[in-house]
Design a protein around this ligand. Structure first.
Ligand code: HEM
Length: 514
């Protein structure tokens, strides 16, 4: 009887053999990652140590699961096979200081699909050049020069509130605040205001669509090749793949149109009008060495990332601050008393530099920033050579380390037993006390990669909230929204409330007697 050849066996039993090979691969990978990987000794459960599917399972609520892991395993936890999450505030500074060698992790940031932007840049040497070119657009002086733009949008919010009162209709302040951010940044940086504050839906469609593409962040981290595919998708195809993707691509094409227009004006030597992000970045003057003029496509990434970075973060901080002021009569009264003392004339201008001096308003804004968390999830960075030690664990270079504002801003050892309590008084104590709290405040990140839009964000927060509460010193009420709804976030890099287009989402009204 002839013996079957090896080839014959392989052909006859190909499916069982393939299945066995797959099982052997999975088992050996799991055993390696759990017991022999350089991070094997870092505390944490089995599943995140062996597979990223653990993270994908929790998806936009992974930040909550990471918190639970810390409660169980302590200040250092392995949260994916190659990533360690930390909670000690001292580690934040170690990773995120000016001149840091920790680069952004591209596995994570590429998933945001803006690889040519300052925000999406991994290596620090490339980032230094891009950021150097962007900085002058968003300096404090620039913000002060263009403060009129912010004042104009704040007036529109007050006008919408007044119309709501006159018509006895609650006003959607959450979208109004986010619209302030988009209208300010589009006016300030693009030179063409999107005018969401003049639209019936106050830009709700834009925010719903931006929220709609959020899940891609998690899918692209799990399957990076999907992200490359998405970047190669022709714009005309986007609407057929998904409605939100089509909408967002449409907005990006608007940026492309604008960039092409600016380029044509430059070529024809035409006047470019007020400086904007496009004229700034297309101009070789006053740029860091090695700066290269971006292509239209690259510049589109920069513009779109700035728009998105500005929109939700600032809007969320204003929402949290205003909700808590209206939800707490005592805070409302104290804030109004301070504003009335500083600006006795109801119709006076409220300059940003004057508003900044008000301690209670500052406390309200700090609490708004603290409890809206800025970017609620982690900000992953790559450990540089030759590796680093955190909480007595050596992490080789290439390991991803991350920390999050969700944990830093709710640290009970710093913010007391009830860190979710909105308490502006926290920030009105001695300089030392404020410094102690500030050490844990990271809404804008820190160091080299700290938010470039921070001065603009502060101007928006002070001017919009100052104007609203000076203009409406009493009677405004929260319509339906509860604290539970307010404290529920999804992490799509920016934090989103699960269904902020619903009626229950933060609206304010004035109760009319009779
Ligand atoms: C309250 C409002 C804001 C908050 C809480 C906030 C928060 C942050 C955080 C945490 C980062 C660091 C992200 C990271 O490390 O991956 C960041 C970066 C950035 N933000 Fe903001 N942001 C705000 C407003 C703005 C505004 C108004 C702009 C508009 C210019 C802006 C533009 C950017 C850009 C371009 C970056 C990337 C900076 C870099 O990598 O060098 N942000 N922001």
């Amino acid at each position: 009887m002839a013996h079957p050849s090896i080839l014959g066996l392989l052909v006859n039993y190909k499916w069982p053999i393939l299945a066995a090979a797959l099982v052997a691969y999975v088992v050996s990978t799991c055993v390696y990652r759990r017991f022999f990987h350089p991070l094997a000794s870092v505390p944490g459960p089995f599943l995140p140590a062996v597979t990223k599917f653990y993270q994908s399972y929790y998806n936009c609520r992974y930040y909550l699961q990471v918190e639970k892991l810390h409660q169980q395993y302590g200040p250092i936890v392995r949260i994916t096979p190659n990533e360690v999450h930390l909670t000690d505030p001292a580690n934040y500074e170690k990773i995120n200081h000016v001149g840091t060698k920790y680069a952004k992790s591209l596995n994570y940031y590429n998933a945001t699909c803006v690889p040519n932007s300052t925000f999406g840049t991994g290596p620090n040497d490339v980032h230094r050049i891009r950021r150097g070119a962007l900085n002058p657009m968003f300096s404090r002086q620039k913000v002060l020069d263009l403060e009129g733009i912010v004042q104009d949008k704040a007036r529109k919010v007050c006008a919408r509130m007044q119309t709501g009162i006159d018509n006895n209709e609650p006003v959607d302040l959450h979208h109004a605040f986010r619209a302030v951010s988009v209208d300010v940044i589009s006016d300030f940086a693009f030179g063409e205001c999107y005018d969401f504050l003049d639209k019936d839906d106050i830009g709700a469609k834009f925010f719903t669509m931006a929220h709609g593409i959020g899940p891609a962040l998690w899918a692209f981290q799990q399957f990076p090749s999907l992200q490359s595919l998405a970047l190669k998708t022709p714009p005309w195809m986007a609407p057929y793949l998904s409605k939100p993707l089509g909408y967002v691509t449409g907005m990006q094409m608007e940026c492309v149109r604008q960039i092409e227009g600016v380029k044509a004006n430059i070529e024809q030597g035409k006047s470019l009008g007020r400086q904007n992000i496009f004229t700034t970045l297309l101009d070789e003057e006053n740029k860091p060495d090695a700066y290269q003029i971006p292509t239209t496509w690259q510049l589109k990434d920069e513009a779109y990332s700035v728009l998105v970075a500005a929109a939700d973060t600032t809007g969320n901080a204003m929402t949290v601050a205003a909700f808590n002021v209206l939800n707490n009569g005592d805070i409302y009264r104290k804030l109004v008393a301070e504003l009335e003392a500083a600006f006795p004339d109801l119709n006076a201008d409220l300059p940003f530099v004057e508003l900044e001096k008000l301690p209670y308003l500052t406390g309200v804004i700090k609490e708004g920033l603290r409890l809206s968390f800025g970017v609620i999830g982690r900000l992953p960075r790559v450990v540089p050579a030759p590796g680093a030690t955190f909480n007595d664990h050596f992490l080789p270079s290439g390991t991803i380390v991350s920390m999050s504002s969700w944990m830093m801003h709710r640290d009970t050892s710093v913010f007391g037993p009830d860190p979710m309590k909105f308490a502006p008084e926290r920030w009105t104590g001695s300089i030392d006390e404020v410094r102690r709290l500030d050490a844990n405040m990271v809404p804008f990140g820190r160091g080299t990669r700290q938010c470039v839009g921070m001065p603009l964000a502060y101007a928006e927060l002070y001017v919009t909230l100052g104007s609203l509460f000076r203009r409406f010193p009493k009677g405004l009420k929260v319509w339906r929204t509860t604290e539970e709804i307010m404290q529920d976030y999804e992490d799509f890099f920016s934090s989103y409330h699960p269904d902020s287009s619903k009626q229950e989402w933060f609206r304010a009204y004035v109760e009319k007697s009779g």
